[in-house]
Design a protein around this ligand. Structure first.
Ligand code: ATP
Ligand code: MG
Length: 315
């Protein structure tokens, strides 16, 4: 853990709050081991950044870090994507192909959105983790690889097990070292520190010296940040672009967000709210409602999962 100007960090992870301090200590302890880590935290809390930081702090740092989003791969392709396939194993398999496990050989494999993996694949994954080897689709020879596994979900683990989205036996196998990543609203003092850090990064990149206005800091403090650090980073970026020397967040950057109210599952905002703001808030509120489940969110909003991913990336 290092500290600069009161802002503590671990790898590329910043934050000085008590909860982050506890998190850094957990990460320091587990990084050097080969233990499987299971990250549980809301969307935008920094799970992927943590996985990367763990990899960089481990003895595997000079090998590959491979991130796989289990929710973004169609069910019928996931086995071949993870374990590879032999030539001719299915229509279109014109040559042998290695999968993510082999790509990550010697390094770290990050299985994101593990609860989106179909149940039969979860059984296969468990078997691979227990035996230490797997077969490529259509292959007869077992393949052995040395991979450190980190898995993540933005849903509640217990709820996922109860809902039948995550097999309990797989959860126990993955949760050798479980880590809960706290939402931004639980690290109040970090909001301003992170905002200043992101603004500083932008200033350094562009050779500017923009500062937040008083009302901007106020707006930061009074917002609930359902999209967590990702939302904060993007709002600062947008405000930076829109502002001159003094960076304002009250208008127009967070105006929509600040004026919109979420209560009892109903989102309300004034006539004349910019469409882009309304859309962003609706997407984030729906994602929150479905505990971060992107398939349910996309289906409720009537858009494809891919479109949802694109929007979230923008935000
Ligand atoms: N503590 C932090 N310090 C600096 N940047 C952070 C921190 N946490 C998150 N970020 C930044 O916020 C953004 C979102 O982080 P990340 O992608 O790791 O979240 P996530 O938990 O994986 O989200 P999702 O569940 O939606 O995939 C990234 O741009 C990341 O760099
Ligand atoms: Mg992620």
């Amino acid at each position: 853990m290092t500290s600069e100007k009161g802002l503590k960090r671990y790898g590329r992870l910043y934050g000085s709050s008590m909860v982050m301090d506890t998190l850094y200590r957990q990460l320091e302890r587990v990084a050097a081991t080969d233990a499987t880590v299971l990250l549980e935290g809301e969307s935008g809390t920094g799970k992927e950044l943590i996985a990367q930081s763990l990899h960089s702090a481990s003895g595997r740092a000079d090998q590959q870090f491979v991130a796989v989003n289990c929710g973004a791969i169609p069910d019928h392709l996931i086995e071949a994507a993870l374990f590879g396939h032999e030539k001719g194993s299915f229509t279109g398999a014109v040559r042998q192909q290695t999968g993510y496990f082999e790509h990550a050989s010697g390094g770290t494999l990050f299985l994101d959105e593990i609860t989106e993996m179909p149940c039969d694949m979860q059984v296969k994954l468990l078997r691979v983790l227990e035996s230490g080897s797997f077969h490529r689709v259509g292959g007869s020879e077992p393949v052995n690889v040395d991979v450190r596994l980190i898995a993540a979900t933005n849903r509640s683990l217990l709820q996922s097990v109860q809902d039948g989205k995550l097999r309990q036996d797989l959860m126990y196998r993955l949760a050798v070292f479980p880590i809960r990543v706290p939402p931004l609203r639980e690290r109040g003092q970090d909001i301003e520190l992170l905002a200043r850090h992101f603004l500083q990064e932008l200033n350094t990149q562009a050779g500017t010296s923009k500062q937040f206005s008083h009302s901007a800091i106020d707006a930061l403090r009074h917002y609930a940040w359902p999209g967590n650090v990702r939302e904060l980073k993007n709002i600062v970026h947008r405000a930076y672009i829109l502002s001159a020397d003094l960076v304002h967040l009250d208008a127009p950057a967070t105006s929509g967000a600040a004026r919109m109210r979420l209560s009892n599952g109903t989102l309300s905002f004034p006539v004349g709210t910019p469409l882009a703001d309304a859309q962003r808030e609706l997407i984030m509120a729906t994602l929150h409602h479905f505990s971060g489940n992107k398939r349910l969110t996309a289906s409720a909003l009537g858009i494809s999962v891919k479109t949802l991913y694109n929007r979230l990336k923008e935000y």
